[in-house]
Design a protein around this ligand. Structure first.
Ligand code: SAH
Length: 257
């Protein structure tokens, strides 16, 4: 087995990463900052997998530990998100091209959403990793029964899940009313989906010059039904999406040195 720097795979919640952790055969647990970092291999690539916990600060702390302590060579965030864009439905997948913190506002000193002193509001995801994730996601979504099983496809009505690429927005709020999501859509019309961690990790990776990508399955529409939809999706489906997407992506990478 190699000693190459690992790729970090991060989710906020156990339900999102459970299948992937179960698939890592030789993992070793290291506890740092109250989190369990699982060091091992998947698809013969060196991996460190970790649950960040929910929210931007928890995600940023986790990312910093991954970079400083584990020397991660890239960070990929995977999990679920609420759909905002028209046609971004439960069961679809979003691969981020850019990420923005929708609750960051130091105006009028800095433009709304801009991270002070960086000059950026929208942090770019790594194009190579994101392109590869999009390619494997498109392929997997072509056969949802194979990906998720007939029962899940029927229960969630996931007959024709789609792949979307574009802006992913993050903030320290579970968006769970139609009113709130309408405000987000009005203020950020190109936002495809909302979650609570991605843009924070993108900012940390930007500071360190390390590639970052995010791929999220849509669990809910960030509306009045979001809480019920989210809970159902997360317990039944989320972890299958993460494992299938990440494994398929890792298979596209050259063997680790
Ligand atoms: N455990 C709580 C809420 C979890 S927060 C509950 O059961 O209600 C939701 C998690 O999923 C976050 O990690 C976030 O990144 C993602 N997420 C999914 N849908 C979301 C939405 N509508 N708004 C914000 N985050 C969402």
């Amino acid at each position: 087995m190699s000693t190459a720097p690992p790729i970090a795979i991060v989710s906020a919640m156990h339900e999102e990463l459970a299948a992937l952790l179960a698939a890592m055969p030789d993992e070793r647990r290291m506890r740092v900052a109250g989190r369990d970092f699982w060091v091992g291999h998947l698809q013969e690539q060196p991996i460190v997998a970790v649950l960040s916990r929910i929210g931007k600060v928890a995600a940023a702390t986790t990312a910093t530990v991954l970079l400083e302590r584990f020397r991660a060579r890239a960070i990929v965030f995977t999990g679920v998100a609420g759909g905002l864009g028209p046609g971004v439905a439960v069961g679809d997948v979003v691969v981020a091209t850019r990420l923005l913190q929708h609750d960051l506002d130091a105006s009028p000193i800095f433009p709304r959403y801009e991270v002070p002193l960086t000059g950026h509001a929208r942090f770019a995801a790594d194009t190579v990793i994101s392109d590869a994730l999009a390619t494997v996601a498109r392929e997997l979504l072509r056969d949802p029964v194979r990906l998720l099983g007939q029962q899940v496809v029927d229960d969630f009505g996931l007959a024709a899940p789609k792949l979307h690429r574009g802006l992913l927005v993050s903030g320290d709020r579970f968006v769970s009313t139609a009113e709130e999501s309408a405000v987000l859509r009005r203020d950020l019309p190109d936002a495809l989906a909302v979650e609570m961690e991605g843009a924070a990790v993108a900012q940390v990776c930007h500071d360190y010059g390390v590639p970052f990508a995010a791929v999220r399955a849509i669990s809910d529409r960030a509306d009045d039904a979001a809480h019920a939809d989210f809970t159902r999706f997360v317990s039944a489906v989320a972890s299958r999406y993460s494992l299938a997407l990440i494994e398929a992506w890792l298979r596209t990478l050259p063997a680790a040195a």
